[in-house]
Structure formats: structure tokens, C-alpha cells
Design a protein around this ligand. Structure first.
Ligand SMILES: [Zn+2]
Length: 77
């Protein structure tokens, strides 16, 4: 069974209906706009635990939904 994503408007749907959207997490201490762009693009943390994610329901309601996913357990919170 494919991963299912809980759309806020349509309920549980297959991951194949969605496009992934990044939620930038640039530290507040970086104030220079160029340094913020470099951090956002290249400095991936790949941390474990709860992580905010945004998914676009491209083959459904065509809206963004924000979800928190626990990475090591691969569950939605
Ligand atoms: Zn939807």
C-alpha cells in the first residue's frame, strides 16, 4: 500500500496525488538575504523527529496542506 497523506480538505489520499513543498527552516540568526538563500538551498539538516511539511494536492482539491511528519516512524502527527 502506498503512503497516504491526510489532505485537510479531502481526507486520506495516495501520495501519488501530491507534490512535495519545502517549509524553509532558516535560523533567525542569519539576517543577510544571500546567506539566508544559501542556507535554505544547501544546508539541509535531515533531522530526526517531528518535521513540518507542505504538500500540494495536485490531483485533488489543488490546495496546499501543512502536515507534521515524524521522520523515523514515518507517521503523521
Ligand atoms: Zn485535497
Amino acid at each position: 500500500m502506498a503512503l497516504q497523506i491526510p489532505c485537510a480538505f479531502c481526507g486520506l489520499r495516495s501520495v501519488e496525488e501530491f507534490g512535495y513543498g519545502e517549509v524553509p527552516q532558516v535560523p533567525h540568526g542569519i539576517t543577510d538575504p544571500d546567506a539566508r538563500d544559501v542556507d535554505r538551498v544547501y544546508m539541509k539538516t535531515n533531522s530526526d523527529g517531528p518535521t513540518p511539511e507542505a504538500w500540494f494536492h495536485a490531483f485533488g482539491c489543488r490546495r496546499w496542506t501543512s502536515i507534521t511528519r515524524h521522520r523515523s516512524a514515518d507517521t503523521w502527527l
